[in-house]
Design a protein around this ligand. Structure first.
Ligand code: F6R
Length: 248
């Protein structure tokens, strides 16, 4: 895993956006794997800015999102469909028919999981996957204990994840209890992965990741098995070394 420590959130976002832009310039019909959440917002803003300056076109790009809540209609303000539409898709020249997100309203959820995994294989795997990380080490909605062999599946969200996401809902009770997420195996199919982390609340998770210990109790550690992962982290999320601590 390559590690790039950036000064702050803005630099982390610009660094990630540069890598994504380079991917699209290299391959205009690239498949991007995308994440929601607070962390990639700055990256998406940088991409929108590059598009507005006519430096980048998404007209040939296809996207596969990591996950979606179960039971929220696509039009719900907190659905990941709405999130992607508002924060990226409607502000760039991507073809809406070429953007894919699991359908959290599907009646047969297991069938939907199989359909989505097949889609990853059909149009993907992503040339570049963008990931955030949960405080408990989750990636996508793969909570601690998820099998590394998992493909797209239905998950019950951890209490800590529902608490963390309650800021977007009126209360924790309103946060859906389940989601459909790409599994660890699905994520590792991507050719290249960038993992973003910003802010001191993510520091313990990054510290855990950097120990190099691989195990299902800490889902992000599966990334250490992938040949092309870049962790882009800001200084607040980057653990000080023992020597730095001693110097303080
Ligand atoms: C989002 C996702 C999650 C988030 C993670 C971090 O699609 O899959 O794994 O990346 O929960 O969320 P933020 O960025 O809000 O801290």
């Amino acid at each position: 895993m390559k590690v790039r420590v950036t000064e702050n959130y803005q630099h982390m976002s610009a660094t990630a956006a540069d890598m994504i832009a380079a991917q699209i310039m290299d391959k205009p019909d690239a498949v991007l794997g995308l994440a929601t959440g607070s962390t990639p917002l700055g990256t998406y803003n940088e991409l929108i800015r590059a598009y507005n300056k006519s430096r980048l076109s998404f007209s040939g790009v296809r996207t596969l999102n990591l996950d979606e809540y179960v039971g929220l209609p696509q039009s719900h303000p907190q659905s990941y469909h709405t999130f992607m539409e508002e924060n990226l898709f409607k502000r760039i020249d991507i073809n809406p028919d070429q953007t894919f997100i699991p359908n959290g309203m599907a009646e047969d959820r297991n069938k939907e999981c199989r359909r989505y995994e097949n889609l990853i294989d059909e149009i993907g795997p992503p040339d570049l996957q963008v990931l955030g990380i949960g405080r408990n080490g989750h990636i996508g909605f793969n909570e601690p204990g998820t099998s590394f062999a998992s493909t797209t599946h239905l998950v019950k969200l951890a209490d800590s994840t529902r608490e963390a996401n309650a800021r977007f809902f009126q209360s924790k009770e309103k946060v859906p209890t389940h989601a459909i997420t790409m599994g660890i195996t699905s994520i590792l199919k991507s050719k290249k992965i960038i993992l973003l982390a910003s802010g001191e609340e993510k520091m313990p998770a990054i510290k855990h990741l950097l120990t190099g210990d691989i195990g299902e109790k800490f889902p992000a550690s599966a990334l250490l098995n992938h040949p092309d992962v870049t962790l882009i982290v800001d200084e607040l999320a980057y653990p000080a070394t023992e020597e730095e601590n001693d110097a303080e």
